[in-house]
Design a protein around this ligand. Structure first.
Ligand code: TXA
Ligand code: MG
Length: 356
């Protein structure tokens, strides 16, 4: 299949944007697939109400079909058509954080086919903040099922070029535009329980939600690599992304972390194995290795979140055999954004952590 790549700039004339989005929307309405930017990561969109579109999404990504899709809407009226009930806490979260990087899991209505929800009677819904994404959903009929626009097992794409690497030739259209400034996927919270449960941490943190609606739980499997329990977000059970190189997270006092990583890097490099480091800006000058990535200041989690997936893709392109990363939160108990970053990092590392 030939994939049409359509660039849209904020400076384009409104008629031109409308024309391109009409074409993109019509592809979705006819059962095709279009990748588009959101504020979190690029999504691979299809008609959420068309079972055939869900099948195509799974096929294009090479993704198991028991892994449910997030339905993207652009307004509350459309939400009401696809969910049985909006609990008061969900109303409050929506009022505060929608449109935005928050996905909520509700009981679904019959309008949503089981193909979209991986057989579940619940549906995950998100209203993106990204202006183009929001418009596109309208042009596409209002209900766009969209997983991250990567091949299964690759990191979520934060740039159009990542989408092109993974999906060129497999889908109808890729919208190339700005976005994905957050860089990791939305927070997922299941609001069907009396105490809502976070199934995937993200930019809207446990602390932010708790301040608004009281207690919010974290699914036990989010940080526990050995948990015998199945995660409640089916997608979280899959080993998300393993870089080609072995990734290890090193935890401890900054001086000790740098000393340990340098010692390992020297051994690997001496053996002819290229080594990469994900470093905070504060430690950057301390490392000697083939590839050193600047994750920004220790005190600003936004920067590492935005770049983490790009770094992982770059290490693969650079043939890095061993990757060491510093930790980006001192404790998992702080209920802040560090939780989301560490969740993605630990998953990519297969939970390999060395304490020094
Ligand atoms: O930021 C995002 O959420 C991006 C952009 C494109 O919006 N989308 C995204 O989708 O990350 P995806 O498919 O890569 O991840 C969806 C996650 C999976 O872990 C899936 O298991 C979970 O959401 N999920 C979807 N529906 C669910 C449901 N009904 N119950 C529990 N988990 C659900
Ligand atoms: Mg994904």
């Amino acid at each position: 299949m030939e994939t049409k790549i359509v660039a849209i700039e904020g400076t384009d004339a409104p008629e031109s944007i409308r024309e391109k989005l009409t074409e993109a929307g019509n592809i979705i309405k006819r059962g095709g697939l279009v990748a588009f930017p959101t504020e979190t990561v690029y999504g691979l969109g299809g008609d959420a109400l068309n079972p055939e579109s869900a099948r195509k999404i799974y096929a294009a990504k090479g993704r198991p079909s028991d892994n449910p899709l997030i339905v993207h809407v652009s307004n509350m009226d459309d939400l009401r058509k696809i969910v049985k009930d909006i609990p008061p806490k969900a109303e409050e979260l929506a009022r505060m954080y929608w449109p935005g990087p928050l996905t909520m899991v509700f009981e679904k209505t019959d309008l949503v086919p089981h193909e979209t929800t991986g057989g579940l009677d619940t549906v995950a819904v998100r209203m993106p903040l990204h202006a183009l994404a929001n418009l596109f959903i309208g042009f596409a009929g209002g209900f766009v099922a969209a997983p991250s626009a990567n091949l299964s097992g690759r990191p979520s794409p934060t740039l159009a070029k990542h989408v092109i690497q993974d999906l060129d030739g497999r889908i109808d259209m890729i919208i190339d535009s700005r976005g994905a400034d957050i860089g990791i996927e939305s927070t997922i919270v299941d609001v069907t329980h009396k105490i809502p449960v976070i199934l995937r941490p993200g930019n809207i943190t446990q602390g932010m939600m708790a301040r608004l609606i009281g207690d919010v739980d974290m699914d036990v499997t989010v940080f526990d690599g050995d948990s015998a329990q199945a995660p409640r977000a089916p997608g979280m059970k899959y080993r998300h992304y393993a870089p080609k190189g072995e990734l290890v997270v090193v935890e401890g006092a900054p001086e000790k972390v740098a000393a340990y990583i340098n010692k390992q890097a020297a051994l690997h490099e001496a053996a002819g194995e290229r080594t990469g480091v994900i470093s905070t800006e504060e430690q950057l000058q301390k490392y000697k290795a083939s590839s050193i990535k600047n994750a920004g200041s220790r005190v600003d989690t936004m920067i590492i979140a935005k770049q983490l997936y790009t770094f992982l893709r770059e290490f693969d392109d650079e043939n890095i055999a061993h990757i060491y990363s510093e930790c980006f939160s001192n404790s998992f108990g702080d209920k802040g954004y560090g939780q989301a970053v560490m969740n993605r990092l630990l998953k990519a590392a297969g939970h390999k952590v060395i304490k020094v």
